[in-house]
Structures are given as structure tokens and as C-alpha cells.
Design a protein around this ligand. Structure first.
Ligand code: CO
Length: 199
């Protein structure tokens, strides 16, 4: 379902921002985006670097935030909504009471340390979860929507979320980290779920 709202982009402050809004951008549509499931080939794409941060990308990121909040979820990569670009939105406040959704453009992992098992799921593989081994600490750098370089250090569950979203940008799904037998069990579970939904 799509919903329409007049967003804060319409206020006077928007024109004073770092990007110039065209008439088209002046009335953005805030929308819940359709999340592609893991059967969609876009989830297997190695996503391409973003070369230009413009008003449309900003609106897209806003819509990804809305989509995560509605799902609800912790992170969402651009290819999960059908766009094979190197960008994800992630709730860096996941382990606190406060939601803090940030957009990371062209992210790169700059350091990884330790290893731990923990439960993981994915909005593109609904109702399936598994224990996945991940680095316990991670450092990531990328760019925000203003084009400024950003760096995040994370551990535990947030470090896991960053690694999960990074994998999406390389066409990797969380169950690829499992052995074939475990993965096949989860795939069957997912396919059964999809069938039930379609019925
Ligand atoms: Co995912």
C-alpha cells in the first residue's frame, strides 16, 4: 500500500539546503516501498557505486526509512527495493530505546575483529531466522546524504546488522553463510511460507 504525505521537504528550509529542489522534488511522495524477496534476481546483483547524490536519492532514502519503520526491520539495502545501488539504511539505535536511522552510501568495511554466533533474519526472507557467524566488531566508512564521509564502529548486534547489509550490496544473503544442508531446510521453509501467502 502506498500513502502520500507532504513531507518536511516542502518547508522553506529545504530551499536553503545543500541541494536545489526542482518543482518535481517540491512535492515528494513518501511511500512504503515494496520489499523484494530472495527469489528476485536483484538480490543477487553486485550493486554499483552511487556517483551522484541528488534530491531523488534523498527522497528514496526517506522512503527506505519509512519502509523499515513499517516492516519493522533493522536495515534495508537498496537492492531489496529493486535498485542495485551501493546504499543501505540502518537503525544504529537498534540496541537502545531510540530509533536512529542513518543512510550509508558506498559503504566499505575498514576493520573487522572477533567472531560470534547470533540469530539473524532478513526482510527479504520473511519468517526465517538462523544462527550466523559474524565478526563481533566492525568499522565501516561511507558517505551520508550530504556527501560527507561517515565512519561507524559497531559491535554485537549492530556489527552483525552492518555485515548483513554489506552482504546485500554484494548479492549475498545471510543463509549463504550456512552449509548447504541447513540452507536447504531454510529455503524449503521460506518457499512453503510464500506458497501459504499466495494461497
Ligand atoms: Co536482509
Amino acid at each position: 500500500l502506498w500513502w502520500v504525505a507532504i513531507s518536511f521537504f516542502c518547508t522553506d528550509t529545504a530551499t536553503a539546503g545543500i541541494y536545489t529542489l526542482s518543482l518535481h522534488d517540491a512535492l515528494p511522495i513518501l511511500a512504503l516501498l515494496t520489499i523484494k524477496n530472495c527469489l528476485d534476481p536483484v538480490l543477487r546483483k553486485t550493486c554499483l557505486p552511487i556517483e551522484n547524490i541528488d534530491g531523488e536519492l534523498v527522497i528514496l532514502a526517506e522512503n527506505m526509512v519509512e519502509t523499515i519503520l513499517a516492516a519493522p526491520g533493522v536495515g534495508l539495502a537498496a537492492n531489496q527495493i529493486g535498485l542495485p545501488w551501493r546504499m543501505f539504511v540502518i537503525n544504529i539505535g537498534v540496541e537502545t530505546d531510540k530509533e536512529n536511522l542513518v543512510t550509508v552510501i558506498n559503504p566499505e568495511i575498514t576493520a573487522m575483529e572477533g567472531s560470534e554466533l547470533g540469530e539473524e533474519g532478513c526482510l527479504s526472507i520473511p519468517d526465517v531466522a538462523a544462527e550466523i557467524k559474524r565478526a563481533s566488531q566492525i568499522e565501516i566508512k561511507g558517505y551520508d546524504l550530504d556527501g560527507n564521509e561517515v565512519r561507524y564502529e559497531a559491535q554485537g548486534y549492530l556489527a552483525r546488522a552492518f555485515q548483513h547489509e554489506m552482504d546485500h550490496l554484494n548479492g549475498i544473503l545471510f543463509w549463504d553463510n550456512l552449509g548447504k544442508m541447513k540452507r536447504d531446510i531454510l529455503k524449503r521453509k521460506f518457499k512453503k511460507k510464500i506458497k501459504e501467502q499466495d494461497a
